[in-house]
Ligand binder design. Structure first.
Ligand code: B12
Ligand code: SF4
Ligand code: SF4
Length: 375
């Protein structure tokens, strides 16, 4: 097929038709954001997210894997909405309360690609995705003018606020770059002040190792004891730095609930019907059948059960004790260790802890039990 040079207006219409709330054009590389990313990695702020270090060269310089790309079409979806909460507590970050955005947002990008292909842009001249491409999505979005880089490190669009999921289509055609987005944080420091773990170590700089989104989703195994109380009610992710942001009021979907929300943003069955105890006691079969199509799978079954134990400990409800005591005999040491921590929060030096220590053979769990008994 011959290549047709499409006008920016045509591309924008195609993006609207694919279901995006905002679309802008910018360079296909992250510019000096790449150096910031490299510094961030060098300081170890990525924690154990090895996929970032493995792909560092590609992320910093997309020309290494896509030399033909001339422009990035950066496109976002406003996912604002009511907080996600299980029956009886346990909060879920808004981006994960509906269907897995990796799937539905990618579908929108593919729809945009198909629309443009139909209009004459060769399919092989476009490469797109969300979260999965080795690119700095925020950098591309800022450079395209989708939003401004905020102190929380979120990209905030003045028209939708911070609840904005990003995706991009790198294209070989040169598209005229949009102007930088208006708006800025000004003197506001609400997110830095509200972050329960001081993870925003300076304006625009986040230490992922201290962020609840990292510790509840990306981190595997035992969580750092000093993070657990700060985790509060968060079962998966954390939205505090978005919730306190004055720009949150800009989201058009913020007040839409139930059937008024687009299908992909309607709450998942797990969010609507499960309790924390269900998560704590979830077996592999239930995980495989009920967690299909949710972004929460990223945390793994062990991670979700660990998180549930921590939240139950923070809730300090005696009714959770029998379930946590049963979890002391679980086959997963991570679940046993966090159950011990939670039991101690609800009833210090509960006899079940002493009993468990007598038969425990895992060193990490023993440490948890000792810590609880000697506190
Ligand atoms: C790794 C990752 C995380 C990590 C680290 C996040 C971070 N801030 O670094 C963890 C697990 C903590 C995380 C958390 C969240 N994430 Co995340 N995450 C990513 C991912 C996969 C890579 C980001 C990355 O490379 N980070 C490294 C840092 C250095 O780069 P950056 O995040 O782009 O940060 C910019 C600023 O930090 C700035 N910067 C850095 N140093 C300095 C220094 C100075 C002086 C200045 C001025 C700027 C500056 O430059 C960077 C480049 O623009 C992206 C998807 C992608 N491929 O880009 C999603 C992504 C960034 N995450 C996203 C979301 C929604 C979240 C959460 C809201 C989820 C939640 N509710 O739990 C939280 C928000 C926490 C927060 N305040 O950032 C969205 C953000 C959308 C937006 N509008 O900004 C993205 C783009 C995914 C998507 N497809 O939409 N995430
Ligand atoms: S997501 Fe939560 S823990 Fe992470 S920076 Fe924002 S407020 Fe802090
Ligand atoms: S809370 Fe304030 S400082 Fe933080 S991102 Fe929003 S406007 Fe910026």
């Amino acid at each position: 097929m011959t290549s047709t040079k499409l006008s920016p207006e045509t591309v924008r219409e195609a993006a609207d038709e694919a279901g995006f709330d905002i679309v802008r054009f910018g360079p296909a590389d992250p510019g000096d954001h790449g150096e910031r990313f490299a510094d961030w990695i060098e300081q170890g702020r990525h924690g154990e997210m090895d996929y970032l270090t493995k792909n560092q060269e590609r992320i910093v310089d997309p020309r290494t894997w896509r030399p033909e790309a001339r422009s990035a079409i950066s496109a976002g979806v406003d996912y604002g909405g009511p907080p996600g909460e299980l029956q009886g507590g346990g909060r879920i970050a808004r981006y994960a309360t509906g269907r897995d955005y990796h799937r539905w947002l990618k579908k929108k990008v593919m729809k945009l690609r198909a629309n443009l292909a139909q209009m004459g842009m060769p399919e092989e001249s476009m490469h797109g995705g969300t979260d999965a491409l080795p690119v700095l999505e925020r950098a591309l979005a800022v450079r395209a003018g989708v939003g401004f880089l905020a102190k929380s490190s979120m990209v905030i669009s003045p028209s939708t606020g911070p609840y904005l999921l990003l995706s991009e289509l790198l294209v070989d055609q040169e598209l005229p770059h949009d102007l930088p987005s208006p708006g800025s944080c000004g003197n506001c420091t609400a997110c830095l002040d509200a972050c329960p773990t001081n993870a925003i170590v300076a304006p625009f700089q986040l230490d992922a190792r201290r962020c609840l989104s990292y510790s509840t989703i990306e981190h595997r195994g035992f969580s750092a004891p000093e993070m657990r109380e700060a985790q509060g009610e968060w079962l998966f992710g954390c939205d505090i730095c978005l919730e306190v942001c004055p720009f949150t009021a800009r989201s058009k979907r913020r007040k839409l609930s139930g059937a008024d929300r687009p299908a992909e943003l309607q709450p998942h069955k797990v969010v609507e019907t499960w309790t924390l105890v269900d998560v704590l006691e979830m077996d592999e079969d239930r995980y495989q059948s009920d967690f299909v199509g949710t972004a929460m799978r990223r945390a793994t079954r062990s991670g979700m059960r660990r998180n549930a134990a921590v939240v139950l400990g923070n809730q300090r409800q005696e009714s959770a004790l029998p379930h946590l005591i049963a979890a002391l005999a679980d086959s997963d040491p991570v679940v046993r260790g966090h159950a011990a921590w939670a039991i101690d929060r609800i009833e210090p030096r509960h006899p079940s802890l002493e009993k468990a220590l007598r038969i425990e053979d895992d060193e990490r769990v023993k440490q948890e039990l000792h810590r609880a008994l000697n506190r």
